[in-house]
Write a protein that binds this ligand. Structure first.
Ligand code: ATP
Length: 353
C-alpha cells in the first residue's frame, strides 16, 4: 500500500484546560494515509486529550490540525470523516445489532437498501454474520466491542480513532481482538489511531508508536525502533524490561557502569555522564573471570521459556534472561555485546526536547 500522503498533521498543538492544566504541550505529528499508529504512555500523559482534539471533541488552545492538508482545527466532530471507538462500547441497549449499526446511516437518510448492504458487509468484517436480530445484552464483551467497531466503520470514515478499545476485556479476549483489529485494519485500508497504556499491545499492533509522557511526545518510531533504540531512559523503562544504569564515558567508545568498563558503539565525548540501558535478554552470564564485571546471583525465577536471574554487583542489580538455570549464591561474570548497550547522555527524561 502506498503510504506517502499525510492524512493528518498536528502542528504545535497545546491543550490547556480551563483550570490551567496543560495536558498536551507543543505536540507535532504526521500520520500517513493507511497507517496504524498508537499513542502509548502512562495514565494521564495526554493520549485521550490528543485523540479528542483529532476527533473534534476538544479544541486545541494553540496549534493547528490539518486533514489531507486542509485546516480542521475547530471543525465540529460530525463534519470530520473521523469516527471514534471508546473503551465502553456505548451501544444502544434497546436496539438490536442491525439497528445499532444502521443508526448513523439512518440519520443521514441513507436508502434502506444501501443500509442493508453496508450493515451486511461490516458484520462480515467483524465476524458477526447472523447476529442482526440479537439484543446487545445477549452478546459477550468482545462481541459488543466488535459491534461498536462495525458501527464506527459502516459510514466509511477516513480515520478510525480507538481509545483503549480492548481495555474492558479479559486478557485472552484482548489478545484475540488485537489480531482481529489488525486484520480489520488491513481489510479496510483506512488510518487507525489507537490509544493504549499497554506496551505489549502497542508493539503487537502498530506500524508506528508515539510514546508520550506528561503531555509531550518522547519518541516516535516503528515498534522495532522504539524497542531497540529507546531515545531516553523514560522510553527504555516504559517499553520492555530494562536495566538502567548511570555511568560515564571513559574514552572513545568506552563506557563505565556497574563498576566495569564496557566497549560500546555510541560515540559520546569522554567524561560525559550517561545513562546506559541494557535489555535483560542481552545480558550474558559467564564464568566469574571472563565477565566485564562480577557479581552474585540473588534470585532465580523460572518464566517458562527462560529464567530471570538477578545478579548483585556492588550496589547494582542486573537482571538477566537466560535459558540456563543458576543458583542463588552462584558467583558469575556479566558480559554485554557492545551494540546491546544503549548509551544516552544523562538528562531529565521529561525534558528532552
Ligand atoms: P488515561 O490512560 O488514564 O486515560 P491519558 O493519557 O489518556 O490517560 P488524558 O485523559 O488525556 O490522559 O488526560 C491528561 C491530563 O489532563 C490528566 O492529568 C487529566 O486529569 C487532565 N484532564 C483531562 N481532561 C480534563 C479537563 N476537562 N479539565 C482539566 N484537566 C483535564
Amino acid at each position: 500500500m502506498e503510504q506517502t500522503k499525510n492524512i493528518i498533521e498536528l502542528k504545535h498543538i497545546t491543550k490547556t484546560y480551563e483550570d490551567g492544566y496543560t495536558a498536551v504541550s507543543d505536540f507535532n505529528l504526521e500520520v500517513k494515509q493507511g497507517e496504524f499508529i498508537t499513542f502509548l504512555g502512562p495514565s494521564g500523559c495526554g493520549k485521550t486529550t490528543t485523540l479528542r482534539m483529532i476527533a473534534g471533541f476538544d479544541i486545541p488552545t494553540e496549534g493547528e490540525i490539518l486533514l489531507n492538508g486542509a485546516p480542521i482545527t475547530s471543525l465540529p466532530p460530525n463534519k470530520r470523516p473521523i469516527n471514534t471507538v471508546f473503551q465502553r462500547y456505548a451501544l444502544f441497549p434497546h436496539m438490536n445489532i442491525y439497528e445499532n449499526i444502521a443508526f448513523g446511516l439512518r440519520q443521514k437518510k441513507t436508502p434502506e437498501k444501501v443500509i442493508a448492504k453496508k450493515v451486511k458487509k461490516v458484520l462480515e468484517l467483524v465476524d458477526l454474520e447472523g447476529f442482526e436480530n440479537r439484543k446487545v445484552d445477549t452478546l459477550s464483551g468482545g462481541q459488543q466491542q466488535r459491534v461498536a467497531i462495525a458501527r464506527a466503520v459502516v459510514n466509511e470514515p477516513q480515520i478510525l480513532l480507538l481509545d483503549e478499545p480492548l481495555g474492558a476485556l479479559d486478557l485472552k479476549m484482548r489478545k484475540e481482538m488485537q489480531l482481529e483489529l489488525k486484520e480489520m485494519h488491513r481489510e479496510l485500508g483506512i488510518t487507525f489511531i489507537y490509544v493504549t497504556h499497554d506496551q505489549e499491545e502497542a508493539l503487537t499492533m502498530s506500524d508506528k508508536i508515539v510514546v508520550m509522557s506528561e503531555g509531550k511526545m518522547q519518541q516516535i518510531g516503528t515498534p522495532e525502533d522504539i524497542y531497540n533504540e529507546p531515545i531516553n531512559a523514560f522510553v527504555a523503562d516504559f517499553i520492555g524490561d530494562s536495566n538502567i544504569f548511570n555511568g560515564i564515558m571513559t574514552g572513545k567508545l568506552k563506557v563505565r557502569f556497574c563498576g566495569g568498563e564496557f566497549p560500546c558503539v555510541d560515540d559520546i565525548e569522554e567524561g560525559t555522564h550517561i545513562t546506559a540501558v541494557v535489555r535483560p535478554e542481552d545480558v550474558n552470564l559467564t564464568a566469574p573471570d571472563s565477565g566485564r564485571i562480577r557479581g552474585t546471583v540473588t534470585s532465580v525465577i523460572f518464566k517458562g521459556m527462560h529464567y530471570e536471574i538477578t545478579v548483585e554487583s556492588g550496589k547494582n542489580e542486573i537482571v538477566a534472561q537466560s535459558v540456563h538455570a543458576a543458583k542463588v549464591g552462584d558467583r558469575v561474570g556479566v558480559q554485554v555485546e557492545p551494540d546491546n548497550i544503549h548509551v544516552m547522555i544523562a538528562e531529565d527524561h521529561t525534558n528532552i526536547f
